[in-house]
Design a protein around this ligand. Structure first.
Ligand code: SR1
Ligand code: MG
Length: 406
């Protein structure tokens, strides 16, 4: 058929048999291809397809939210994920997956399969300690954002990319509503099980400094198109093993403030921190956040100061020497402030908003689970309520380390 329909195993075999680059990777004939559904995100159907010589991962947009079919949605998200992948893969190499095929009628994206990898969130919940993952994410964000920004490309190219990704309005609207709006008022999509969180939620909603901090973040999210962002870089958007890490699922891609991607990642490590009562795992998480930031900061500066001539038409530096270096550090301080704010906003929405994360499911005792969630919520509230006092990621991590274990 040449119109959109949701694919089953037979439809997937038929589609792939017409795509030589994918069929060749699987090897053999379609009757030998095994199709296995692995959908576990909120939005799409995902399948692993294996053949005699290889495996691929196929993702198809649905005309609704997968976990809530009453929530209707256009199909264009796999297009934006394809465009994101094609833009960042040359910049980050093996830190994301290989693009293989996009079908604009069926809204299907096919990429390299990562069957030996685990979702980073699940690995953290199992208690693994892989200290190289967080710095790799720092490297990923530094290269993906620097390379799509005005620091690396002629403004004509950046403006064209901004125009393309500015059309990703459906998923940008989801972020705007679910991250920056609904948690701060009574909305039917919010939910939390533990009644002990309610007084804290009411405090957050009546704290003027907190609400103004969220308004500022929301404005920055929409009005600072510094670079092409992943847009949903939580620990479920990372597939990893100890020695190889890939960022996946770039369907929320948009031009925005670099600190948004950093903050999503840090916020999800903060959630993991509060979900584990184990002191050693907690210190490992603080180490990971610090290593992530150090690596991002160093790599971004290295890219900015590399000798290699930027493409013709790129903005050329007008000043050199110590003053120019100070200006670069000031830009990174702005990203640091954004990172902390966006991290706090991510923690709040994952606890009281529509889309929670699985981190706290490892805690069997409901009272302890509630207390851990309350700890995370109180921490995020403190960060937003004290933006003038918590000025560096060092301050942020010191405060995190002082939190009582439950
Ligand atoms: C309706 S989508 C809910 C959430 O899932 C995605 O992964 C994003 O985080 C979004 O906010
Ligand atoms: Mg996703």
């Amino acid at each position: 058929e040449s119109t959109y329909h949701t694919l089953d195993a037979a439809g997937i075999r038929s589609l792939i048999s017409g795509v030589p680059v994918v069929a060749g990777r699987l090897g053999g004939t379609p009757d030998l291809w095994r199709v296995h559904e692995v959908s576990d995100g909120n939005l799409n159907n995902v399948f692993i397809v294996g053949g005699p010589t290889g495996e691929v991962c196929l993702k198809q947009s649905l005309p609704y939210v997968r976990v809530d079919p009453t929530w209707k949605m256009p199909l264009d998200r796999t297009y934006f994920e394809s465009e994101w992948l094609r833009a960042v893969r040359p910049l980050v190499g093996g830190l994301t997956t290989e693009f293989l095929h996009f079908d604009p009628v069926l809204h299907v994206l096919i990429v390299e399969s990562l069957s030996g990898h685990t979702v980073y969130r699940s690995a953290l919940m199992r208690g693994v300690d892989w200290p190289d993952v967080a710095p790799r994410i720092g490297t990923f964000i530094a290269h993906a954002t620097f390379g799509t920004s005005l620091l690396a490309l002629p403004f004509e190219d950046v403006f064209a990319a901004r125009r393309d990704f500015a059309r990703n309005v459906t998923l940008t609207r989801i972020t705007l509503d679910l991250v920056f709006d609904h948690p701060y008022r009574d909305h039917p999509r919010n939910n939390w099980d533990e009644p002990e969180l309610t007084p804290l939620v009411l405090d957050i909603r009546s704290s003027a400094p907190t609400l103004l901090a969220v308004e500022n973040l929301r404005r920055r999210f929409l009005s600072q198109p510094q670079a092409l962002l992943h847009g949903d870089l939580h620990t479920g958007s990372i597939m990893t093993k100890a020695d190889d890490t890939r960022v996946i699922d770039g369907e929320f891609a948009l031009y925005g403030p670099i600190g948004f991607d950093c903050g999503m990642f840090v916020g999800n490590l903060v959630l993991h921190y509060f979900a584990t009562p184990d002191a050693t795992a907690r210190s490992a998480t603080i180490r990971d956040i610090a290593a992530f930031w150090t690596c991002f900061h160093a790599q971004f500066l290295t890219l900015w100061n590399r000798d290699e001539a930027p493409p013709a038409g790129t903005l050329r530096p007008l000043a050199y020497g110590p003053a120019a270096h100070t200006a670069q550090l000031a830009f990174l301080e702005e990203i640091e402030a954004d990172t902390m704010g966006f991290a706090a906003a991510e923690v709040i929405r994952r606890i009281i908003g529509y889309a929670h994360t699985a981190d706290f499911d490892v805690i069997a005792d409901p009272r302890q689970r509630g207390a851990c969630r309350a700890g995370a919520l109180a921490f995020a509230y403190y960060i937003l309520d004290h933006t003038a006092q918590i000025r560096t990621l060092g301050d942020f991590l010191r405060h995190l380390g002082e939190q009582e274990k439950v």
